[in-house]
Every structure is written in structure tokens, then in C-alpha cells.
Design a protein around this ligand. Sequence first.
Ligand SMILES: Nc1ncnc2c1ncn2[C@@H]1O[C@H](COP(=O)(O)OP(=O)(O)OP(=O)(O)O)[C@@H](O)[C@H]1O
Length: 322
Amino acid sequence: MNNGTPPAIRATGLVKRFGKQTAVDGVDLEVAQGEVVAFLGPNGAGKTTTIDMILGLGRPDAGSVELFGMSPRSAIARGLVSAVMQTGGLLKDLTVRDIMRLNASLFSSTIDVDDALERAGILQLASRKIEKCSGGEQQRLRFAMALLSDPGLLILDEPTTGMDVEGRRSFWNAIHADAARGRTVVFATHYLEEADQYADRIVLIRQGRIVADGSAAEIKSMAAGRTVEAVLEGAEANRAELEPVLRALPGVEQVELRGDRIKVRTAASDDTARHLLTATSAHDVTITSQNLEQAFLQLTGDGEPDPEHQRLGQHENTEAAR
Ligand SMILES: Nc1ncnc2c1ncn2[C@@H]1O[C@H](COP(=O)(O)OP(=O)(O)OP(=O)(O)O)[C@@H](O)[C@H]1O
């Protein structure tokens, strides 16, 4: 990094194969200290395999990882990195505070147990037995355990799987409040709204490759298609004339004519709108951008990834990602 601070994560050319299958296929990723980054991708995209290599749990077939300028093993040994994985054994007979104390005893220095519980939003559960905690509460306990060493980097692999909407919301609010103090957070998810609401930056993964990297707003604009809608009396009845003309306009990808309504998906929405307003008697023209879900589906759907879409500038539009 130019200011002499090493990035929290620098992964270069990561490849992981399982037999004939390439689960991770050349991932380059740099995460600056203080960033909150979502790995977003469909099931089997390679998120967990990438995280395992970042944590030094899986050995890459090619490429390398540095965390804070050192090997994952050294960074973890120094308490700089903690992880909250999808599952993991919790001793059910213990109380929340007891298991926290037990874990704290494994480190040479930790933050106060109750302080970690408070940051995870579960201090009020300190004397409850783990078997009496809900799945969401147990995940927050894992989060509290991960906070004990006060790590600079926290990695969470689909931490809210199986939680209901309210559980997810309060879990992420606790993570987000904590990240606001400057901790670097990287989380894997296949929930779009989690990535959209809680990450400054979204790294979209598909078939082991990064297919997009930017703020939610940037990702939406990458799958730049817009929809132009208008009312034109007899649109569907005049399909034979209207459809070829609309399809021939620049950027047009899809044309739908239903009753008196026209719907055009296009990369050049101004041209389509101008045509409708000047060359036809269409009225009530509206232009809408794709939402993140449409962009996600477009970028992670079947077909070859577009190499031009591999990288975007970062941090220009982060407020739109909140
Ligand atoms: N230990 C393994 N042995 C064989 N194949 C594996 C192994 N681990 C992962 N894979 C395969 O590698 C691919 C990537 O898996 P990975 O778990 O990294 O995806 P993911 O994006 O985390 O998916 P999910 O959202 O379902 O957790 C998948 O096709 C998976 O079946």
C-alpha cells in the first residue's frame, strides 16, 4: 500500500482444484484495512474455498495469500484474524459467559469477556446455557468469541444461514456497529440484501472467478441495462410494424408489447425514449434502472464472464451501497 500500511488481505492468483473441478480459478483480491467487503455468489461459486485459503485452512494449488503483510498462519497466531464459520462446535452444557472465558484462556491477551458479549449484543444472555440459545444467538456467540482477540480482520462465512429476517437484521446491526470502529470485515453471503445493506464493497464470484468488484451502485450500473416503458395505443395490435423498428434501435436487448404497453430493455435508454417520444405517439415514458438482484442474476448467470467487467474503481459511490 502506498501509505505503508499493508492491506488486510492480499490474495494473488489463487487457484484451488478438487479432482478435475476448479473451484477457485485465479482470484486476485486486495482488501484495505477498514473495508467491509461482501463475497457474493450463488451456491458452489467458490466463496468458502476462497475463505479457507485466506485463513490458511486450505492450501492453494497456485497463488498466495498475505494478511497484514504476513502469512495467514502468522497473522492468526498473533490474534490479528478471527473467523465466524457457518457451523462449529459449541459445548452445549456451558453458559455463554463460561465458554467465552474458556476461549479467552486460549489467548495471551484478550478484551474483556463482557465487553465482547456487549459488542455482539448478547450480554443479557451471559448466564444462559448454550443449549437454550437460538441458532441466531449461537451465531452471535461465535461472533463474540471471534472478537476476544480484538482482531484487525474478521471473516464470516455465511454467518446468518438459517436465521429468520429479524435475526439476520440484528446480527448484521451488531457486526456493522463493530465494523464502524475500524475493523476490516469480509463476509460471504448469497443474500443480496445483506451485501447491499452491510458492505462498502461487493466482490461478485461465479464459477471460481471474480466477475465484478465494486460498490453496490457500481455493480448495478455494470449490468447497465435499463427498462424503458411507455403507453402506446394499439402497441400489441401493431406488433408487426412496431417490434422490428424498436429492435433495430441501438442497445435494445428485449421488446415486450402487451395491450397498449411497451416495455424495452436497453443499454441506450435515452435513444429508445427519444424515439418513442418523437417518432411515435407514445406517452407516459418511464426509464428504470435494474435493481441489484437483476444485476446479480445477469452477472452470475450462465455464459462466459465478460473480461471487461472484471474490475471497477472502488469507493466512489459507497453511500449508495448502504
Ligand atoms: N472438499 C471438497 N472436495 C470436493 N469438492 C469440493 C470441496 N469443497 C468444495 N468443493 C466444490 O468446489 C466448488 C466451490 O465450493 P464452495 O463451497 O467454495 O462454494 P460456495 O460459494 O462457498 O458455496 P455455498 O454458498 O454453497 O457455500 C463447489 O462445486 C463444491 O462442490
